[in-house]
Design a protein around this ligand. Structure first.
Ligand SMILES: Nc1ncnc2c1ncn2[C@@H]1O[C@H](COP(=O)(O)OP(=O)(O)OP(=O)(O)O)[C@@H](O)[C@H]1O
Ligand SMILES: [Mg+2]
Length: 372
């Protein structure tokens, strides 16, 4: 079968090959922002979501074992390439280049060209990238998620309890809070000091997010309970959860906040010096496991997710699971030493990397009625 692979490659190179940390990154001088701003003026974690060469090559190799793979970089030429190559199906891992709906761009092109693809459609990808929109929908359906508000330049008023926010249906929030960019992933803009305990800290962090990431700041009540992440494969009533991963905060340097921050993901954890940050399968009783799986499956279907997704969960003081966010384009670093949740959960279920990628492809083929 002719399978397209759509991707965005990191336009930075590390001097130490294969290292996750973006310290010493060299910027590709050809890449410019839409305003012709030089790329080096962007935040240091600007590229964190895009895939590195090793990941793209690992996905290509996994698919090439069974199929004829056509590589399509998700740039401005992607539409023409998709139109002329016309793959029977596309394996989509493209995070997109610019804008609030960047993850939706390739799926929207594929819908227009009537080419089937793996994973969620443009609407679900766009909604999940805007964490507040996803939370509004979850709240509407009674799925627990931390209380929140957003701060936006257009509605700037940083006094809590006197806020002018787009979201009006919330009671005033209680400290501690966590402040993050509204539409980012890979812990971009989530730093150790993103947990705030008073109005002054909140103001400082919200202003930093807005200035650095040029987007609103999402402010949520901070849940101090255990954190889990749940890899899921399938569709509708047949969606299955892989073994649950727990985030092990005791592996973080002492004195830091118990969050899976940018520092924890990209600086303190390297293949040469890995943190024991994940426990998989998580050490949890049957009731909690069932509660977590129930909210994840409900959220997956309410947001109309397709084929695969990784959902982040944190417990409140009463051990009730809350949804932090959904990742319908989950990170999939191939090297087992680079802590990457989805491949780790798959390995715990007896699936190596090649098998994981092919199961996702087959799940999408089944959904589209394509004979494999
Ligand atoms: N409301 C909250 N309460 C407690 N911890 C939180 C909350 N929101 C975020 N965190 C912490 O911050 C981390 C990063 O937040 P979040 O998952 O929203 O960011 P992300 O950049 O989208 O992550 P990913 O790498 O999964 O895409 C979480 O894994 C968790 O440790
Ligand atoms: Mg997350």
């Amino acid at each position: 079968m002719k399978v397209g692979l759509t991707y965005n490659i990191k336009k930075v190179r590390s001097h130490e090959s294969g290292v996750r940390s973006q310290k010493n990154a060299e910027f590709n001088s050809e890449l410019r922002t839409p305003n012709s701003e030089h790329i080096s003026s962007l935040p240091p974690d600007f590229f964190a979501e895009w895939d590195d060469e090793d990941t793209i090559e690992a996905v290509r190799t996994a698919l090439a074992g069974r199929h004829n793979v056509v590589m399509i970089e998700a740039d401005e030429n992607a539409y023409e390439k998709l139109k002329s190559f016309r793959p029977q199906i596309v394996f989509n891992i493209a995070e997109g280049l610019w804008g609030q709906s960047r993850e939706s761009q390739i799926p929207a092109m594929l819908d227009m060209l009537r080419i089937p693809y793996t994973g969620s459609g443009p609407l679900s990808l766009g909604i999940c990238l805007d964490k507040a929109r996803a939370k509004e929908i979850l709240m509407h359906h009674g799925i627990p998620t931390p209380k929140f508000t957003i701060y936006d330049l257009r509605f700037m008023n940083l006094k809590i309890g006197n806020r002018q926010s787009k979201i009006e249906n919330l009671k005033p929030l209680s400290f501690p809070l966590i402040v993050k960019p509204l539409y980012e992933g890979s812990s971009k803009g989530v730093r150790n000091n993103s947990v705030v305990n008073n109005t002054a800290e909140l103001k400082e962090r919200a202003e930093w997010v807005i200035a650095e990431y040029k987007q609103p700041a999402l402010v949520e009540e901070f849940l101090e309970g255990r954190e889990f992440t749940v890899a899921m494969i399938g569709n509708g009533n047949d969606v299955k959860t892989l073994p649950i991963v727990e985030i092990n905060y005791s592996s973080l340097p002492s004195g830091v906040n118990p969050i899976y921050s940018y520092e924890a993901k990209w600086i303190w954890d390297t293949p040469d010096n890995p943190l024991e940050i994940f426990k998989c399968p998580a050490d949890i009783g049957n009731k909690l496991k069932k509660d977590i799986e129930t909210v994840c499956k409900a959220a997956f279907n309410i947001l109309d997710i397709k084929d695969w997704c990784r959902i982040d969960i944190r417990l409140d003081a009463k051990e009730n699971p809350h949804i932090l966010e959904l990742n319908p384009l989950p990170g999939i670093l191939p090297d087992p030493k680079s802590n990457s949740c989805f491949p780790k959960a798959a390995r715990a279920a007896g699936m190596d990397y090649d098998k994981l990628i092919n199961i996702v492809l087959d799940t999408a083929c089944k959904r589209h009625g394509i004979a494999i």
